[in-house]
Design a protein around this ligand. Structure first.
Ligand code: HEM
Length: 272
């Protein structure tokens, strides 16, 4: 019996001692837990704070460049500051393969320009001057990598700071992306209200545009009249079918086709 109490007392003492040591060294233990084998601090904010989120690492440009498939290293690439392991796609990204250019760096802009020859570190991930549709394209690429490849961490630089937090630049990018999404949604709504015309071209007659109850792929119970519908602040236009009651609308900029009757359902014109 005495032995039993001695044993319990020892065990209790050990537990208390462990708790004191853990309390004193907590920050170091945490630091250790947040540090990966490369000695890099693991970021526990943002996405990684979600349950079951993969452990993520903060990479410097130099560290990322080492993941280039040489000497058995995996193949990593970064897009908008997020790093993915693309080793599974080695037939695309491996040495000598078509998309090897993207490996070991963030060349986000090249995903849009298709320019894979020259890498300018200053410009390669500078995406703010891209057009709205291009930003949406980039966003689609990011969705692709998030879905098809393993996310490994964040690249310290334009999009993430040394603590792995979003930079001001990143916030600007997100605001522009939001704007692009809204603009696209407005465009889609306008395409329902003012559907595209049918269009064909021939050498002798030039361009021929006409409206039907399903032109522009939008089934409806009206036909409409062909008009040039201009993009805001641009000379670009598309042919849209407009209902009679909308012909004077100010919601969009409309112009009639030259040499075409106001209520004609088809028009011919030549492009210089
Ligand atoms: C802006 C230009 C382009 C970019 C940034 C680009 C990028 C890429 C990337 C990153 C991949 C690998 C996707 C993966 O990990 O599975 C890929 C695959 C591929 N790309 Fe491109 N590409 C471009 C243009 C083109 C063009 C013009 C063609 C065709 C003429 C093309 C044909 C292909 C094909 C066939 C695949 C392989 C699909 C598969 O096997 O799964 N790409 N592209």
């Amino acid at each position: 019996m005495l032995q039993f109490f001695k044993y319990i007392f020892k065990l209790q003492f050990l537990v208390i001692l462990l708790a004191i040591v853990a309390g004193i060294y907590y920050p170091q233990i945490l630091e250790r837990l947040q540090t990966n084998f490369l000695g890099q601090k693991v970021d526990v904010t943002f996405e990684s704070s979600q349950q079951h989120a993969p452990i993520e690492v903060l990479f410097t440009k130099e560290e990322l460049a080492k993941f280039n498939g040489e000497n058995g290293t995996p193949l990593y690439l970064a897009l908008l500051g997020r790093v993915y392991d693309v080793t599974r796609g080695a037939k695309h990204y491996g040495s000598g393969c078509e998309y090897n250019f993207f490996v070991g760096r963030d060349a986000s802009v090249s995903f849009i320009t298709g320019e894979f020859d020259t890498y300018d570190e200053e410009k390669a991930d500078d995406v703010l001057s891209l057009k709205p549709a291009e930003l949406l394209g980039l966003h689609n690429w990011q969705n692709f990598y998030e879905k098809d490849y393993e996310f490994k961490g964040k690249l310290i630089g334009r999009f993430y700071d040394e603590q792995g937090q979003l930079t001001k630049y990143h916030h600007k990018y997100l605001a522009l992306l939001e704007h692009a999404k809204e603009a696209k949604s407005v465009q889609e709504q306008l395409r329902v209200k003012y559907p595209d015309c049918n269009i064909e071209w021939s050498a002798d007659k030039g361009s021929h545009v006409w409206c039907t109850k399903n032109s522009g792929g939008k089934e409806r119970n009206w036909i409409g009249y062909p008009r040039k519908l201009f993009e805001v602040g641009s000379n670009n236009f598309r042919c849209a079918c407009i209902r009679k009651e909308d012909l004077e609308t100010t919601e969009v900029m409309l112009k009639p086709y030259d040499d075409c009757e106001p209520y004609a359902q088809e028009c011919y014109y030549n492009v210089d």
